[in-house]
Design a protein around this ligand. Structure first.
Ligand SMILES: N[C@@H](CCC(=O)N[C@@H](CS)C(=O)NCC(=O)O)C(=O)O
Length: 207
């Protein structure tokens, strides 16, 4: 029996959680949540936000919020080498970057792709929100880039890298242009993308 149930949609925020589950070698069932109203209504019984991802835990409870899920998985599997030991300065940096990415990069992605939800001024307002979100997105990717050495925490891969891989991959501009301007992000994308766990999760999302 699967220990975890991942609720997601192809190419959505569930990608980072799926990468994490693959990195852990965890047993999980992956459930795509439909977009029809009835599907979302049924899903709200598990996750009241109606958004993906959510993760069913081995005790049958369900949690949501991608950053919280990644932090939980790293703490629930302390010997898996996917995060520094809890309570250390390195773990403090792990928490810092995971929360930074959730609060800023993920938020910029939502303001970019759901800009109409952030405006009461119709499509004109939405367009200006989208433009600002894209600028914020680029600024925050550039803020992280100097810290990549080559991973978010330095020499060691952590679940923060899968998260960055997913979020940087959603950047609405031309990836080649972003990578030319921020070579550390290109190197990071190459390294992380080559990991078997990441490739497996990406292939599943590609269909
Ligand atoms: N803060 C949430 C954001 C989740 C989120 O907004 N997910 C998007 C997909 S990437 C979603 O479910 N969108 C569908 C909708 O909002 O209707 C998290 O980090 O998990």
């Amino acid at each position: 029996m699967s220990r975890y149930t991942l609720y997601g949609r192809p190419g959505s925020g569930s990608v980072a959680v799926q990468i994490a589950l693959e990195e852990l070698g965890a047993s999980y069932e992956r459930v795509w949540v439909g977009r029809e109203e009835a599907d979302v209504t049924a899903y709200r019984a598990l996750n009241p936000t109606g958004r993906v991802p959510a993760l069913g835990l081995p005790d049958g409870s369900v949690m949501f919020e991608s950053a919280a899920i990644l932090i939980h998985l790293s703490l629930a599997h302390p010997r898996a080498g996917v995060a520094p030991a809890a309570g250390t300065p390195a773990h403090a940096r792990f928490l810092q970057w995971i929360v930074f990415m959730s609060a800023n990069l993920y938020d910029a992605a939502l303001r970019t792709y759901y800009s109409d939800r952030y405006s009461t001024l119709g499509s004109e307002g939405a367009e200006s929100i989208r433009r600002r979100a894209t600028e914020d997105y680029r600024r925050d990717l550039e803020l992280i880039a100097p810290h990549l050495a080559p991973y978010v925490l330095g020499a060691d891969y952590s679940l923060a890298d899968g998260y960055l891989h997913m979020l940087a991959g959603w950047y609405p501009g031309e990836p080649a242009e972003l990578h030319r301007r921020v070579p550390a992000l290109a190197a990071h994308a190459g390294l992380v993308g080559a990991r078997p766990a990441v490739a497996k999760a990406m292939a599943d999302n590609a269909g």
